[in-house]
Write a protein that binds this ligand. Structure first.
Ligand code: ADP
Length: 277
């Protein structure tokens, strides 16, 4: 498989050949700072191809911080600094010649709160391809994206309607359609169901299982049942308070069944059995 080009000014150049890595993203994060604050340490995580990787752990353990580091979304936060490497199909996305905007085109993101733009459903989905000066059939791209997001049948007769007029669950699926319209390789989802009701949550969970046939997916969730339902691999993070700070770190990563049925670490066992305070 060939790595998409993410280096600055190289988007039309052939990408360097990747050494067929097992994961779409493999991150070796030594430290992440916000200013002087050490938010995360020692997080070695991977987003495996064609699978869903779940990030779980108590609030403040750095799940979102790590997820957002995987497509350089945190670059937008003043004071953010990462020590380590994040490899995407063989390229370090933090290398000097890499264009973060191109990274985000290949590694899309869906946020906790559905955030459609105040524009038509069609224009929401067409936004990314237009920005990238997509030369193909835009109608077809919009339809395919909406179909993959499981929304086409509900909106095909009202594509000119404002995206904000949809229900919360539909809005989140519209955001998923918008994210996949640029044909990313990886989809990062930061608590995508936490603002949704149980029915909309179930629809989005079922959708994730479809999405992984086209994309490699990583999801942050505070809901352990959700991780059990959708994630193939689960990464459990905790918070180290031993040095007076609150620094998140990766405790254990493994197949979801192993993490929940036979965790290697006592901390994981305590957390999944509800004994974590
Ligand atoms: P989680 O997703 O596990 O709840 P976060 O990644 O949101 O954890 O936060 C990890 C730590 O980093 C927390 O202590 C949080 O307060 C801090 N943090 C998160 N975002 C920022 C930011 N933009 N600026 C400063 N500190 C932040």
């Amino acid at each position: 498989m060939t790595a998409p080009a993410v280096a600055a000014n190289q988007s039309t150049q052939p990408a360097p050949a990747a050494v067929a890595p097992a994961a779409a993203i493999s991150a070796d994060i030594e430290k992440i700072y916000y200013g002087d604050f050490l938010a995360v340490r020692d997080a070695r995580v991977a987003v495996e191809r064609g699978k869903i990787t779940g990030f779980i752990g108590p609030s403040g353990c750095g799940k979102s911080t790590v997820l957002r580091s995987l497509n350089r979304m945190n670059d937008l936060v003043p004071g953010f600094r990462l020590v380590g490497h994040v490899n995407f199909l063989g390229q370090d996305i933090y290398a000097k010649n890499i264009d973060p905007v191109a990274v985000r085109r290949h590694i899309g993101m869906v946020f906790q709160q559905p955030n459609p733009f105040s524009m038509s459903i069609y224009d929401n989905v067409a936004f990314g391809p237009r920005l990238n000066r997509y030369k193909g059939d835009l109608d077809e791209r919009v339809e395919t994206s909406l179909r993959r997001a499981g929304l086409w049948n509900e909106v095909k007769d009202k594509l000119k309607q404002n995206g904000l007029a949809l229900s919360g669950g539909q809005q989140q699926r519209l955001c998923i359609a918008r994210a996949i319209a640029t044909e990313p390789t990886v989809l990062l989802m930061d608590e995508p169901c936490s603002a949704l009701d149980p029915i909309a949550t179930r629809i989005v969970e079922e959708l994730m299982l479809e999405l992984k046939t086209h994309y490699s997916v990583a999801i942050v969730t505070h809901n352990m049942q959700q991780a059990m339902r959708v994630a193939d691999t689960t990464a459990f993070f905790s918070v180290d308070i031993s040095k007076g700070g609150r620094t998140g770190y990766l405790v254990e990563l493994g197949e979801t069944k192993q993490i929940f049925d036979s965790p290697r670490e006592q901390l994981t066992r305590d957390y999944i059995s509800g004994q974590f305070s």
